[in-house]
Write a protein that binds this ligand. Structure first.
Ligand SMILES: *Cc1c(COP(=O)(O)O)cnc(C)c1O
Length: 365
């Protein structure tokens, strides 16, 4: 069994994907090809945002957003303590200080009641990661940010396709980013990402920043990076975007099967009323996590620990954490979470097999 079965997905869309790839190769427009503009239009339409800007990765999308927002050395940005490293590390790379805030044990996202205590006169913004596919409390976070004059970035690397009361992830904050890493809900065949915003000025700035700050060819308005997406990746994403909603339905169905089979044996994920998850991960919690992982591996079922260490405990952030600062919820999650096979082509039989091993193992320990 695969954790995320990209081979099955390729087989399903093979003729469309092969044609899209061949067309780019034949046109030889590997950089800034038409597919980039078309993908951007389709993404903006899908999310109902004004601007979608394709870029090299989800990490580049975060870096470009922070640069466009004018993050300066010494500026503080609030980031969740339990997350992938990219949002906090891009803050640090810009010379800013990631200030870690505790997450909620219910949805693994920023605990909104624990944000305000981290705001200082140096705070510029909040990066709300929408972890495992469910949006963070963006309405509450936006209100809090407005009250304190801060910007909000949603890191929607895992939540592309999710929604709050019908409003789509990546369209509810000043800026949002996503990743098209192959195993994300919408993935390409390499690295890719995008920045989304309704703000014309920010969009224009990101556009320049991703092309070495140039306003027109070889005329550089600002210092930027090479943060473009390859035309090939855009062509692949356009094919996959056409099938994305069907895959989302499969993920939602699979999550429902998992939950009904596993409830009472482990802690199953909770999606808040009004929210829909894109189920980037189906992540359970159990005090027997390590035994479960071994039992699954014995049956050739892959599972993953997202994430084994709270970010404030990472050596790379040693100087960004106050001595004695504690993150007990994040610490507990790191010891108990386990992500199970999940993708847009998973079958009921596969879900039953995974759940069967878990139920059996929990009965034994
Ligand atoms: C994957 C991921 C990223 C980084 O995306 P890349 O495309 O791998 O650079 C950023 N944030 C979160 C939450 C992610 O899951």
């Amino acid at each position: 069994m695969e954790f995320c079965d990209l081979k099955r997905q390729y087989a399903a869309y093979q003729s469309e994907l092969d044609a899209a790839i061949r067309s780019v190769v034949q046109s030889a427009t590997f950089i800034n090809g038409d597919e980039i503009r078309l993908l951007e239009e389709e993404l903006a339409g899908y999310l109902e945002v004004k601007h979608a800007l394709a870029c090299g990765s989800g990490t580049d999308a975060l870096l470009l957003s922070l640069l466009a927002l004018g993050l300066c050395p010494g500026d503080e940005v609030i980031c969740p303590a339990f997350s992938f490293i990219a949002p906090a590390s891009m803050v640090a790379l810009c010379g800013g200080k990631p200030v870690f805030a505790e997450v909620s044990p219910v949805d693994f996202n920023l605990d909104v009641s624990r944000i305000e205590e981290k705001i200082t006169s140096k705070t510029r913004g909040i990066i709300a990661v929408s972890l495992f596919g469910q949006c963070a409390g963006l309405d509450e976070i936006n209100l809090l940010a407005a009250k304190h004059g801060l910007w909000v970035i949603e890191d929607g690397a895992q939540s592309f396709g999710a929604a709050i009361s019908g409003r789509k992830s990546c369209g509810m904050t000043d800026v949002a980013t996503t990743s098209f890493f192959p195993a994300k809900p919408l993935g390409c065949y390499g690295d890719g990402g995008a920045v989304f915003t309704d703000n014309d000025e920010l969009a224009a700035t990101v556009r320049q920043l991703r092309a070495h700050g140039q306003e027109k060819r070889y005329h550089h308005r600002r210092i930027g990076i090479n943060g473009r997406m390859d035309t090939l990746q855009a062509a692949i994403l356009r094919v996959k975007l056409r099938h994305f909603d069907e895959e989302l339905k499969v993920r939602q169905q699979a999550a429902g099967w998992y939950t009904s089979l596993l409830k009472g044996f482990v802690e199953t994920p909770v999606v808040a009323a009004g929210k829909t998850s894109s189920w980037a991960q189906y992540t359970i919690r159990s005090k027997n996590r390590d035994e479960l992982k071994v039992a699954l591996a014995e049956k050739n079922i892959p599972s993953t620990v997202h994430y084994p260490l709270p970010l404030p405990r990472q050596e790379a952030f040693a100087k960004d954490v106050q001595p004695g600062e504690q993150f007990p919820v994040s610490g507990e999650l790191c010891k108990t979470v386990l992500s199970l096979p999940m993708h847009g082509m998973i079958t009921e039989e596969e879900v039953r097999k995974v759940a069967g091993v878990i139920v059996e193992t929990v009965g034994k320990v």
